[in-house]
Design a protein around this ligand. Structure first.
Ligand SMILES: *Cc1c(COP(=O)(O)O)cnc(C)c1O
Length: 393
């Protein structure tokens, strides 16, 4: 053999212990971390299937739904987006999207590939969508599908009024997809009561489970829509009827569709067990309290939140304006180098403009809020100081 083994793999694995307070992933709890070292199971072994059933029950609680078609897709949050869109869309369908940051545009990029006719209803910069604008857009476009992110992690905007959006969608005979990747567990979300047809979330954000396994739920209305399709779902791997059969959602014998990672299931199962033990209301309350404390602290150190209307602020991913004369990259590097703490910069419409501070799962505690505030303040002061030093030279 002519290709030798690489030298780098003769070194031991090195993983630093970082405090992840960007837009995700968040840190694992000890319970989740411990669960990940269990032995691997076969994807159709009864013990594995039982864990899947337990996860399904936990997800129904987390989404506040009785939907039978509640399952996970193997893949990160993007897989949830792909699955929601590709099962509902047929060629020529009008898909209306309400971007409040990058995620609506990312979903549009996917929907176009599935043959959708893309339309947008845009929010004012730094704000959530208002019902007047939505009603106007629905009348103008008469969409078959509407997509919205409840929490857009690129801007820190929380879309309020999902309940009213659900009613609007019923009025226009339109299916409602809600991305809750950055929001579920950190702010109220009532899938059934709000008439949401498809919702998915991220395992590695508020839930604090490993990335790579994405919870998703389809209501009966969405499943009926899939069953009435004229064409097959374009991606075999994302077909809800097949994945759902593997997850025992349709009272049909389980099939082998793909090999689910039992390791990721252990992590998600334990994360959901912790959510159930503490209680969803308590967990949501804790995230909100932490966000309020962070916002107060941000004002105290003389900074300003990017989202001006308090009601539009996502508690889990907080966006803070980068003040003039401050280099966000230097601040983030300082926090990482000195404290192993992740603070993130902007993304898409907020790039170079904001810091993003995630308060999710294990990192949604008052102690972590105070830690990140102290480090942010120190990092801004130190990096500004360095700049002045340089200008003196
Ligand atoms: C993080 C995120 C995603 C994508 O999740 P990945 O796990 O990175 O694929 C989608 N939507 C929102 C709102 C997110 O915050």
């Amino acid at each position: 053999m002519e290709v030798p083994p690489p030298k780098s793999l003769q070194q031991p694995l090195y993983v630093p212990n970082k405090t992840l307070m960007g837009p995700g992933p968040s840190n694992y709890s000890q319970r989740v971390l411990d669960a990940l070292s269990n032995p691997v199971l076969g994807h159709l072994h009864p013990e594995c299937l039982q864990i899947m059933d337990e996860i399904k029950a936990g997800l129904k609680y987390a989404f506040q739904t009785t939907n039978e078609a509640t399952m996970c897709v193997s893949g990160s949050g993007h897989a949830g987006m792909e699955m929601a869109l590709c099962n509902l869309i047929e060629d020529g369908d009008v898909v209306l999207l309400g971007p409040t940051g990058v995620w609506g545009h990312r979903a549009a990029e996917m929907a176009r590939r599935y043959g959708a006719d893309i339309r947008y209803v845009e929010a004012r910069f730094g704000r959530s969508l208002k019902m007047d604008d939505l009603e106007f857009a629905f009348e103008g476009h008469n969409p078959q599908i509407f997509f919205i992110a409840q929490g857009d992690s690129s801007t820190g905007i929380l879309q309020t009024h999902i309940k009213e959006i659900g009613e609007l969608c019923r009025k226009f005979d339109c299916l409602l997809i809600v991305d809750t990747v950055a929001s579920l567990g950190g702010t109220e979300f009532l899938m059934d009561a709000w008439k949401v047809d498809v919702a998915y979330t991220g395992s590695q954000k508020v839930l604090g489970a490993p990335p790579g396994i994405t919870p998703i739920s389809f209501n009966q209305r969405a499943i009926q829509h899939v069953l009435k399709r004229k064409s097959k779902v374009k991606v075999y791997y994302f077909d809800v009827m097949l994945i759902g059969q593997y997850w025992n959602c349709f009272n049909k014998p389980r099939i082998y569709h793909h090999t689910v990672s039992s390791t990721l299931l252990y992590g998600l199962r334990e994360a959901l067990a912790q959510l159930c033990a503490i209680g969803l209301e308590n967990v949501i309350h804790r995230h909100q309290e932490c966000a309020w404390r962070l916002q107060d602290g941000i004002e105290e150190i003389g900074l300003e939140m990017f989202v001006s209307d308090e009601n539009d602020r996502l508690p889990t991913v907080n966006t803070i304006k980068v003040p003039p004369g401050v280099d966000w990259r230097k601040v983030a590097e300082y926090a990482m180098r000195k404290y192993n703490l992740e603070i993130s910069g902007g993304l898409g419409p907020t790039v170079e403009q904001v810091f993003r501070i995630g308060l999710m799962g294990e990192n949604a505690t008052i102690e972590k809020v105070d830690l990140v505030l102290n480090i942010l303040k120190e990092a801004i002061q130190s990096t500004q100081l360095n700049k002045n030093d340089k200008s003196k030279i």
